[in-house]
Design a protein around this ligand. Structure first.
Ligand code: APR
Length: 246
């Protein structure tokens, strides 16, 4: 771990407010949840178009639920890791204004982050596309492997954004506004390959804000980052909090 880079990031957070954080699956791998595009990622094993697209859900909801039932098993076991906890601490200190997350695992909220914008939805609920009934996670789990609507019998859909679906407008609008107003956008654990979220750094930079990246491996925005830490979020983020405390 580069002590200088950690200190540079700490100083940047302190001097470039408001700081908005954008997270991806990489912030949750140390909670036991695989990411998508690293060598051990989910998309190395599954075709997202077959298990995580709205077309697959409409064609074969049972196949999609077989994938999500497995994912739910992992997500329900997961606990926030030191990376999530560090971001919640930075919010408590008034150094992080909000966390925009692509993750559906609810771990930021469980870690204590208050202002969390879930741009890809979450596993908290599933909904019936036929009659609109919304069902909490516990009831969905009780009805696995293929949760059906108790009102009309249709197969429920997880309230997560699947490929081919639009992102929730309010969350996307808020994420763009936060990125535009950010003095610093801190990206943690995302390959920044999936749009429109991957364009948020551009919003910050175009509005005169700065970019920092904490990620294992490269991202397309690395050349634009004022500070870049290549490594584990669960180690680096607590080190940044410690540097801000000294
Ligand atoms: N610390 C830091 N970075 C990590 C860690 C870690 N512990 N573990 C993994 N990473 C990095 C990976 O190397 C990768 O660059 O996090 C990044 C995760 O990228 P993706 O797997 O592409 O995940 P994400 O960017 O969140 O994907 C965006 O794509 O499939 C859709 O809906 C899905 O929300 C997801 C979206």
């Amino acid at each position: 771990m580069s002590v200088d880079a950690v200190r540079s990031l700490a100083e940047l957070i302190g001097s470039s407010q408001p700081c908005v954080v954008l997270t991806g699956a990489g912030v949750s791998t140390e909670s036991g949840i695989p990411d998508f595009r690293s060598a051990t990622g989910i998309w190395a094993e599954y075709d997202p178009m077959e298990v995580a697209s709205i077309w697959a859900f409409e064609r074969d909801p049972e196949q999609v639920w077989e994938f999500y039932a497995r994912r739910l098993g992992v997500l329900l076991e997961a606990e926030p890791n030191p990376g999530h906890l560090a971001l919640a601490e930075l919010e408590r200190r008034g150094l992080v204004a909000a966390v925009v997350t692509q993750n559906i695992d609810t771990l930021h909220a469980r870690a204590g982050s208050v202002d969390v914008v879930e741009v890809h939805g979450s596993i908290r609920t599933s909904s019936c596309r036929a009659c609109g009934l919304r069902v909490p996670l516990a009831d969905v789990v009780a009805r696995l492997p293929v949760p059906a609507c108790e009102a009309c019998g249709a197969v429920l859909k997880p309230d997560v954004v699947m490929f081919g679906e639009p992102m929730p407008e309010p969350e996307l609008d808020r994420a763009v506004a936060l990125a535009r107003e950010a003095g610093l956008l801190l990206v943690v654990g995302s390959s920044l390959e999936v749009h429109p979220v991957a364009a948020l750094p551009e919003e910050t930079l175009a509005a005169g804000g700065k970019l920092a990246i904490v990620n294992r491996g490269p991202t397309p925005y690395d050349p634009d980052a004022a500070v870049r830490l290549d490594g584990s979020a669960g180690e680096l983020l607590p080190a940044v909090v410690a540097a801000l405390s000294s």
